[in-house]
Design a protein around this ligand. Structure first.
Ligand SMILES: Nc1ncnc2c1ncn2[C@@H]1O[C@H](COP(=O)(O)OP(=O)(O)O)[C@@H](O)[C@H]1O
Ligand SMILES: [Mg+2]
Length: 264
């Protein structure tokens, strides 16, 4: 029998990891989104930047299925949200950890909720912490770790159930500068190793550019996508990236666009 060497379009990988069509969302009289559209090409790290209160958290929460929307359609890898495996890292690690569980049990929690057998839970957590070289005593409780360590634990928890997309809402905003550098490097390592597409809200423009393949710049409400800016510096991005002409130019361009938007 001859093997069929023609690519089968039925199994072509999805072109987009997120597709938003005609999305509408209001809170009372406040219109956040009115016919909002967005397509994010697969395998990217996308960061989102926009004015305070424009609806970044609401957007990431609607796309990850945590917040309902009024109308429109959201697809993850061409599927409805409820059929997608989603990882989510919350802005405030203090509120996101379950304080009565050890760090290990916090990471294993999503697997246990799904009813994965105990031996497999343990294996999956062990493999994960070895892969990313997490040298923490995971028998300890969340409060006994630093903020950066807790955020790292919550990233591990988001990864444990093998998500096809990872959402992060300002993952560095509750961290001090030094810890931010550490967690940021780890996140980049995770992205390079797993290639899981990431959609990350970031509250600092340079931070948004630094890790991203694509930066989404959002307007004031009702929120529009002002521009999708691509940033193609090689990975891993390092301190040298910060002084590269490409980084400076892209950050500058994003700042110009943001300023023009704020004047409107
Ligand atoms: N559950 C809610 N009920 C009412 N208003 C909300 C709710 N969540 C957010 N908002 C309002 O929607 C706007 C956008 O919020 P949010 O998505 O948190 O903005 P961002 O993350 O961009 O700062 C804000 O004005 C906020 O007060
Ligand atoms: Mg927010």
């Amino acid at each position: 029998m001859m093997l069929d060497t023609q690519p089968n379009p039925a199994i072509a990988p999805p072109e987009h990891f997120v597709s938003v069509k005609g999305l509408c969302k209001s809170f009372g009289n406040a219109v956040l989104y009115d016919n909002f559209n967005l397509d994010l090409a697969s395998n990217q790290l996308v960061s989102v930047f926009g004015p305070n209160g424009c609806g970044k958290s609401t957007l990431i929460n609607m796309i990850s299925g945590l917040t309902p929307f009024d109308s429109g359609e959201i697809l993850i890898h061409d599927k409805p949200i409820r059929r997608a495996r989603i990882g989510y890292v919350f802005q405030n690690y203090r509120e996101a950890m379950l304080p009565w569980l050890s760090a290990f049990d916090n990471i294993a929690y999503p697997l246990r909720v799904k009813g994965v057998p105990e031996a497999e839970c343990r294996d999956r957590v062990e493999t994960l912490i070895q892969t990313f070289n997490i040298q923490l005593d995971l028998k300890r409780y969340p409060y006994s770790f630093s903020g950066g360590q807790q955020q790292l634990i919550s990233i591990m928890r988001a990864l444990v159930a093998d998500p096809e997309v990872l959402f992060l809402d300002e993952p560095f905003s509750a961290l001090d500068f030094e810890t931010t550098l550490f967690v940021r490097d780890k996140l980049q390592e995770i992205f390079e190793t797993t290639k899981i597409p990431m959609f990350m809200v970031v509250h600092n423009l340079e931070e948004a550019v630094f890790l991203a393949d694509t930066v989404l710049l959002l307007s004031k409400r009702p929120t529009r996508l002002v521009e999708m800016v691509s940033f193609t510096a090689p990975r891993p991005r390092t301190l040298d990236t910060l002084s590269s002409p490409e980084f400076i130019e892209t950050s500058r361009h994003c700042l110009d666009i943001f300023r023009q938007e704020m004047r409107k």
